[in-house]
Write a protein that binds this ligand. Structure first.
Ligand code: GLN
Length: 194
């Protein structure tokens, strides 16, 4: 059976592990390059992207992840994880780098201090009914995207909050905290197909 990694440097690692276990996946935590080389897919949790970036370099796991993503390994990033999968960060701090892979530009903390956290129901035609109940926690938005990127979900005002490109999937919100499993299922389908 395929083995799914959850990047476990910082962020809501356990929430993702819980969803993946509930879906029957074999799950390992990834902190080291050797671990990144042995997995069939990677989930990058929400948290703080600048910290995940720094720790990924401190742990020496960054280059292995970048390489696996380039080779086509499926990955799913939520919130900070979306930022880590973006090719471009509009407003990174301190020379912040991402792993890249998705031809998008993200803007961090895009919803401003008053509404840093909110929930919304989103229609995601590709995931069918019912709508997604999405939790946004100091969430980014996709400010720009290349022609190869598919938009999976946008807010009513048009801001793009879920995208897919090849084997890579990213949401600005956190399905892992609202009991929503369809994005993880979609990711696991990619992993099994790879
Ligand atoms: N604001 C965080 C960042 O820029 C993301 C928040 C989250 O993952 N919930 O990394």
């Amino acid at each position: 059976a395929p083995v799914v990694g959850v990047l476990a440097l910082q962020g809501d690692v356990r929430e993702h592990e819980r969803v993946l276990h509930a879906l029957g996946a074999e799950v390992v935590r990834v902190r080291r390059a050797a671990e990144a080389r042995e997995i069939d897919g990677l989930v990058i949790p929400g948290g703080e992207s600048s910290v995940i970036d720094k720790l990924s370099r401190a742990f020496g796991v960054r280059d292995a992840i970048v390489e696996r993503i380039r080779e086509g390994m499926p990955a799913y990033g939520t919130c900070a994880g979306m930022i880590m999968l973006a090719d471009r960060i509009a407003d990174g701090i301190d020379g912040q780098q991402s792993f890249g892979g998705l031809d998008i530009t993200v803007r961090r903390n895009a919803f401003g201090p008053q509404s840093e956290s909110f929930e919304a129901d989103l229609d995601v035609p590709r995931l069918g009914d019912p709508p997604i109940h999405a939790a946004f926690i100091r969430a980014p938005v996709v400010a720009d995207l290349g022609a190869g990127v598919d938009v999976l979900a946008a807010l009513p005002d048009g801001r793009i909050v879920a995208v897919e490109q090849g084997a890579l999937l990213a949401t600005a919100f956190h399905p892992e905290v609202t009991g929503e499993t369809r994005f993880h299922e979609r990711f696991l389908d990619r992993v099994r197909a790879a």
